[in-house]
Design a protein around this ligand. Structure first.
Ligand SMILES: [Zn+2]
Length: 443
């Protein structure tokens, strides 16, 4: 079946009437254009196609390129990889026509790439699941937002070489997805794929929507830092919703990310499988938020003004205020939930099976100039409780809220606390409150 480079050249010569040396020169030029990524045979095939010498795609067994070797413009490729994610089919409207699009993400250890199927092409994916080893033929590479994407020519095949084995499954552990665990941000290099890093959220910029060649997208930047470096991160499209799940000061694990040289320096990007998760208990070696945000300023409580951000206060805990110790949010977008009967629903995401429990604790603190209600959420509440959210959830089922607060009050009352955070006005009672971003010290 497979034709050698020389056989392909012979065919081109026959069909085009050009000389052998002429064709050889064009083939060599093609090879140098792809910086050595194409074999002689692969280049000959591309030339044949461009000159209309009619070599059938099916007969062309291209060199197997790894995903990391793919470059914009390569065509007629055979790509093999493990399916990392199968995204839901989406409908789109182009003029009068309604079309369908489906995307899957495959990885071969060298890297990962998303692969888009259109309309009738989608049928061939019916049986494809996460963890399957999939072979695709007649693929071509394009670039979108600076990232390679795989597209499928019409006469393509999608063959499941190996059915989803448990080891390959979509479970997001680093090992299964060939994630590259990078121990600190300073050791990130250009063009690394499928990375996992840990850092503290230092800044979050507003979400932006854009329109590029008729395609709409969303982008959101944020910064994370550790003891070695601060890096700008960019979340694209779907992954921007995950930026809602975290707050400035949180320690997060970012997985499924890739690096790219930005305008000035290296950037971390979150594409289709990019994930941001709160990471608790890894805070020890990551510097405090105030190390990154030099603008953080110590103030007395009497000096605080509503709307101020990144202030530090040092005060005595006078009491743990009564409250429910938790509230529920949508686990997908951290949006507000509506309760009906036994169900919760989110305005954006619909019915929610498992709402997200967010711990919250309010303390009254006093520094001699005045007193203020200081509110601790998420990681900061966990730190006060010395308990993970899961454990609080269990505790709330067996103990009364009052008894948990009484215990906490015994532990905290009279202690001195240094915290950084923002000053806001409670929309219900108009009182000034301090929203804690970070606990610097409790003594
Ligand atoms: Zn939601």
């Amino acid at each position: 079946m497979q034709q050698s480079a020389e056989e392909i050249v012979q065919t081109i010569v026959q069909k085009t009437g050009k000389s052998i040396s002429e064709i050889h020169a064009i083939v060599q030029e093609k090879r140098s254009k792809f910086a050595g990524l194409l074999t002689e045979q692969g280049a000959a095939f591309l030339v044949a196609r461009e000159l209309g010498a009619g070599i059938e795609t099916e007969k062309y067994a291209s060199e197997k390129l790894s995903i990391a070797q793919l470059r914009n413009g390569l065509r007629g490729l055979e790509i093999q990889g493990i399916v990392q994610a199968v995204f839901p089919e989406k409908e789109f409207k182009k003029g009068e026509k309604i079309g369908k699009r489906k995307t899957i993400l495959i990885s071969d250890g060298s890297g990962e790439i998303s692969c888009t199927f259109w309309n009738d092409q989608i049928q061939k994916l019916e049986k494809v699941e996460n963890g399957d080893t999939l072979k695709l033929t007649n693929c071509f590479v394009t670039e979108y937002l600076g990232k390679n994407q795989l597209n499928i020519g019409n006469a393509f095949t999608a063959e499941i070489i190996e059915k989803n084995s448990k080891e390959n499954s979509h479970n997001s552990s680093a090992k299964n997805r060939n994630e590259l665990l990078v121990s600190n941000l300073g050791s990130l290099k250009e063009n690394q794929q499928n990375l996992q890093v840990t850092g503290r959220i230092v800044r979050i910029y507003p979400l932006r929507e854009f329109d590029k060649n008729g395609k709409q997208g969303k982008v959101q930047n944020f910064e994370i830092g550790d003891e070695t470096k601060t890096i700008t991160c960019t979340a694209w499209n779907e992954s921007t919703t995950q930026v809602n799940l975290v707050r400035i000061g949180d320690i997060v694990k970012i997985s499924g990310a890739y690096t790219k040289k930005g305008l000035k320096e290296l950037e971390l990007h979150l594409g289709l499988i990019g994930k941001i998760e709160q990471q608790i208990g890894h805070g020890k070696k990551i510097p405090l938020l105030k190390e990154f945000r030099k603008e953080i300023e110590r103030k007395s409580i009497a000096e605080l003004i509503v709307g101020e951000k990144f202030k530090e206060i040092r005060a005595k805990i006078t009491q743990v205020l009564s409250g429910k110790l938790h509230f529920l949010l949508c686990g997908k977008c951290r949006g507000k939930l509506e309760k009906s009967e036994n169900n919760y629903s989110c305005e954006k995401c619909g019915l929610i099976q498992e709402p997200l429990l967010v711990p919250v604790i309010s303390l009254e603190v006093d520094d001699g100039t005045s007193s203020i209600k200081a509110t601790f959420f998420d990681q900061q509440a966990e730190e006060l409780l010395n308990m993970k959210t899961n454990d609080l959830e269990k505790e709330l089922k067996t103990k009364s809220v009052e008894s948990i607060i009484t215990e906490l009050n015994q532990k905290l009352e009279g202690k001195e606390i240094i915290v950084t955070g923002n000053v806001r006005q409670n929309p219900f009672n108009q009182e000034m409150e301090f929203t804690v971003r970070e606990i610097i010290e409790i003594a």
